[in-house]
Structure formats: structure tokens, C-alpha cells
Ligand binder design. Sequence first.
Ligand code: AMP
Ligand code: ZN
Length: 139
Amino acid sequence: MENCIFCKIIAGEIPSSKVYEDDQVMAFLDISQTTKGHTLLVPKEHVRNVLEMSEATASTLFARLPKLARALKTATGAPAMNIINNNEEIAGQTVFHAHVHLVPRYQENDGIKIEYTTHEPDFDALGKLAEQISKEVDA
Ligand code: AMP
Ligand code: ZN
């Protein structure tokens, strides 16, 4: 897609540090290198994010994650890894071509925080919400 930075990387029009490529997906080092080896896995098909992705594209994209994650772990020696995907601006998406972040983690207290606040469970509300969502899954 025109003016999409990741489409340009896939087409070889702008440089990247490629770590994997096949006919459906590509993986390259993130220029921000949150930690050493921070990698992005992208579908070659231009799609905005997971919210707009077909099952077929998701199947191929996410199927590549385990072998890429293992390769990254072996190559960097990082014992742990976060695999993160941001969808839309509020969630932190800045490049609107779907991608999955693989962030090797080397030690605790490395300054990276991925936190979820916890609330007292309201089981009645949880039940109603789960029902509401489940109705939409195959709607
Ligand atoms: P997100 O905030 O989830 O949309 O992530 C976008 C990521 O793309 C950021 O971590 C950027 O550092 C990364 N990025 C942007 N431009 C490039 C580029 N030309 N090559 C590699 N990574 C890039
Ligand atoms: Zn694109």
C-alpha cells in the first residue's frame, strides 16, 4: 500500500535488518530495539491490524511465531520474551500495517513495564459481559 512504511520494507524499497522471510510473512529488527533483538513479524499482505485481519492471514502470521521466537531466544541468549501486538492508537499502535513485537527479556527489573491493574472481581458482571461478547463471536 502506498505510503506504508512496512509495505516499503517488504518491497525492499527502504532498508531493514531482515531476520526471516517467506512468501507470506517477513520479520525484521525493530529500529527502536527496546531490548537487544526486538523484532517485528509482519504479514506481507497490507492489513491495518488484527481487528481487520482474515483468519487465513492470522493463521500464517501467528503460525510463524514459535519458530521465530525460539530462533531469537537461541541467537540472543535471552531466557524470556514478551510477544506484543498493538491495535489502534489508544493501544499504542503507531504503524498501521499489522505487526507482532517479539521483545527478548534478559533480566528482571530491566525498566520495561507491562502492567495490568487488577480489580475486585464482580462475578455477576463478568458473567453478563462474557455472555454479551460470546454472542458477537459468531454473529
Ligand atoms: P507500534 O507502536 O506497535 O505500531 O510499533 C511500531 C514499531 O515500528 C515501533 O516499535 C518502531 O520502532 C518500529 N519502526 C518504525 N519504523 C521502522 C523501520 N523503518 N524499521 C524498523 N522498525 C520500524
Ligand atoms: Zn503496509
